[in-house]
Write a protein that binds this ligand. Sequence first.
Ligand code: ACO
Length: 462
Amino acid sequence: MAKTKTPPKPEVAQLTFRGQTIDLPVIIGTENEIAFNISNLRKQTGGVTLDYGYLNTGSCESSITYLDGEKGVLRYRGYPVEELAAKSRFTEVAYLLINGRMPDTKERAGWSALLNQHSMIHEDMSYFFRQFPEHAHPMAVLSAMVVSLSTFYPELSQHRPNEPEEAINFAATRLMSKLRTIAAFSYKKSIGEPFVYPRHDLKYCANFLNMMFGSPVCPYEIHPEVVKALEVLLILHADHEQNCSTSAVRLVGSARVNLYASISAGICALWGPLHGGANQMVIEMLEDIISSGKSVKEYVEDVKCSRGKTLLYGFGHRVYKTYDPRAKIIKKTCDRVLKTLKVNDRMLDVALELEALAMQDEYFTSRNLYPNVDFYSGIIYRAIGIPKEMFTVMFALGRLPGWIAQWKEAREDPRFKLQRPRQIYTGPTKRHLLPEEVSTGLVKAPRVRRQPTIQPIGPSNS
Ligand code: ACO
């Protein structure tokens, strides 16, 4: 008789609490990442997990981006980001993230044509731009304009569980194309210049540069090195698994709100100085160092003494405990752009000095604080002519395909539930209002039952 092989027992972790032991299924990813599935924890033990900042919490299984913070590895759909930055265009990488594979020649041409076709925004939207105050931050404008797309294109505004795939793809393409136009218009608005409309003969990045720096009477002279640098920057920002803004997109999307509203929420999260807003903060920090006349060494000492109140912006990362692989590429690109454009920026010297000092300082090395994606990107943007208020808008432009891919992936996952964390309540236990805590007039006076008046028996007066 042939021996039957018993399948290996699925691996479990065990948790013992108050004398009871429960099994937690182990989930192993394709890169051998390990997770303990605690989906039934509360049912089985009555307890929940507590994890400030979600340092140990996985919120989903995802096949989009792999990142190893200890080794400095970043891959989109399996492709190393270094390879994509060297050999691909941003729109191809966007296609890869959203569709899961690189486009073939026909798909590339089709995708490019679609992006061109949807690049105009409704003319009425241009009136919105005019109503924002003169110094409105472009990130606020961007977020507002993106959510307002759902008023112009309301097809996806109502959640329909069986929304056809084409409708979602259509909305995603429309957003990819229009965000570029909205970003450029928000810059034009901020400097009071007339809008420059998208052109069909230009590719995505060149088109954006023309809308930013061209004028209706004078087209912008597009430098191939600048286009290449922009392609690289957008590719490097295109996705970064479950970071703060992407988690915001997924969380807001979990209420089944439409794509535009979810992405608008992501844009707001990205704006924060601890996240995408750090690129603007880096340049402001470098400006402060230069204008204050402080030496770089003095600034580094200030950071160290401040106990976390003054930060070295563009340094440190929640996941990377080594040099951010994106920062390596950006640093090289920065060198190349500045040389080609013959820009001599004092800020680059200060940034290089800061990095060199921090890399030898025990405070930074013991905490694994290395330059992140935001440390050198602003210096490239400055060289291209993009003002610092627009840096995070550039980040959003790059991150958009990642947000779309993550929103779509979540939506297609049958396990995608309304995201609603638990808490551990630490407030007072049950108590009651004291008389002096009750506003007069809010409590009705107790009803006094009137004694029925007894009519004397006898002839009535009437
Ligand atoms: N400068 C000085 N000290 C820092 C920095 C920094 N940039 N980053 C972290 N530290 C210190 C903290 O004060 C803390 O010190 P302690 O142990 O003495 O208390 C220690 O390093 C650990 O830092 P945490 O804040 O606990 O680390 P966390 O993972 O929560 O923070 C973060 C990551 C928010 C990115 C942080 O490094 C930071 O604020 N960096 C500056 C802002 C920035 O560049 N953000 C962009 C990140 S990339 C992106 O989101 C696109």
